[in-house]
Design a protein around this ligand. Structure first.
Ligand code: NAD
Length: 259
C-alpha cells in the first residue's frame, strides 16, 4: 500500500475528482479527511469507515479551513498530504464578469489554496508532506469566456512554485495537476453551490456526460476522475520524493496539438 500510515485531507472529496481520490487513497492505506460543502455526499462516503472522516468545510472561509485542519490533527494526530480538489467553474469574459463574481471565483479556487497551506504547513514542518492542487489546462491556455476561472487556475502555478522553494528545506512538496476535460458534475455542482454567481445555463462548465464521441480512442476521449486521482496518488506518495514545484498535465493529448 503506497500511502500506508499517512493522513490526507482531500478538499472537494465528496464528488468527482476528489471522490475518486478519496477512494483510491483509502485503498492505498491512508486515513482520509473528506472536506467539502456537500454534507450529504461526504457523510455517505465516510460512513462505516474508521479511516475516513467527513468535516463540513467551506474552503472560501478562513475559520472553516482552520477548523478543518484542527479537527484533522485532533482526530488522526497530524496531516501528511493535502489534495485540493474543491473548486467551482463560473464562466464569463473580463467585461461580463462583475467584481463580486471575479472575487468569488478567485476566493473559492485560489484563495483556498493559500488558506489551506497557511494552516497545514506548520503541521508538516518537522515531518515533511505533500500538497497537490487540482489546477486546469485552462490555467495554461485560453478558452473564450473563462476569465476568472483561468486566472484562478493560473495563479495556482505561481503559488505552488513559491511554496516549493520556501518549504523545500522542510521536505514539504507542492505540485499541481492540470486536467483536461474530465467527466464529472462540476457544472451542476457549481450551479447548486453558487446560485448568486452563476448567470444562466452558459455560465458554468459543460458536464462531461458520456456522448457518442466517447467511442473515440481513449486518449481522445474525456478523462475519468480516476485518471486524475492516480496522478494525485503518485505525487502524494514517496515515489515522487524528488518532484516539487511542478505542473503535471493529465489531458489525453488535448493540449499536445496545435490544431
Ligand atoms: N471536470 C473537469 O473537466 C475539470 C477540468 C480541469 C480542472 N478541474 C478541477 O477539478 C476540481 C474538481 O472538480 P470536479 O470536476 O471533480 O467537480 P465536482 O463538482 O465533482 O467536485 C468539486 C467539489 O468541490 C466541492 N466544493 C465546491 N465549492 C466548495 C467550497 N467552497 N468548499 C468546499 N468544497 C467545495 C463540491 O461540493 C464538490 O464536491 C476543481 O477544482 C475543478 O476546477 C475539473
Amino acid at each position: 500500500m503506497r500511502l500506508h500510515g499517512k493522513t490526507a485531507i482531500i478538499t472537494g472529496g465528496a464528488n468527482g475528482i476528489g471522490r475518486a481520490t478519496t477512494e483510491i487513497f483509502l485503498r492505498e492505506g491512508a486515513s482520509v479527511v473528506i472536506a467539502d460543502r456537500d454534507t450529504e455526499a461526504g457523510l455517505a462516503l465516510a460512513q462505516g469507515n474508521e479511516h475516513a472522516l467527513f468535516v463540513a468545510t467551506d474552503v472560501s472561509s478562513d475559520a472553516s479551513v482552520a477548523d478543518l485542519v484542527r479537527r484533522t490533527v485532533d482526530h488522526f494526530g497530524g496531516v501528511d498530504i493535502v489534495v485540493h480538489c474543491a473548486g467551482v467553474a463560473i464562466a464569463g469574459t473580463v467585461t461580463s464578469t462583475e467584481p463580486e463574481r471575479w472575487q468569488r471565483v478567485l476566493d473559492v479556487n485560489l484563495g483556498s489554496l493559500y488558506r489551506i497551506c497557511h494552516e497545514v504547513v506548520p503541521h508538516m514542518q518537522g515531518t515533511g508532506g505533500s500538497v497537490v492542487t487540482i489546477a486546469s489546462v485552462q490555467g495554461m491556455f485560453g478558452w473564450p469566456n473563462w476569465a476568472a476561472y483561468a486566472a484562478s487556475k493560473a495563479g495556482m502555478f505561481g503559488l505552488i512554485r513559491q511554496m516549493a522553494v520556501e518549504y523545500a528545506s522542510d521536505s514539504i512538496r507542492f505540485n499541481a495537476i492540470s486536467p483536461g476535460a474530465i467527466t464529472t458534475q462540476l457544472g451542476a455542482n457549481t450551479s447548486r453551490l453558487e446560485p448568486d454567481f452563476v448567470q444562466g445555463p452558459d455560465s458554468t462548465a459543460q458536464d462531461g456526460a458520456p456522448t457518442p464521441a466517447e467511442t473515440k480512442p481513449r486518449l481522445l476521449q474525456s478523462g475519468k476522475p480516476e485518471d486524475i486521482a492516480q496522478a494525485a496518488l503518485f505525487l502524494a506518495s514517496d515515489e515522487a520524493a524528488y518532484i516539487s514545484g511542478q505542473n503535471l498535465v493529465v489531458d489525453g493529448v488535448l493540449t499536445c496539438s496545435a490544431t
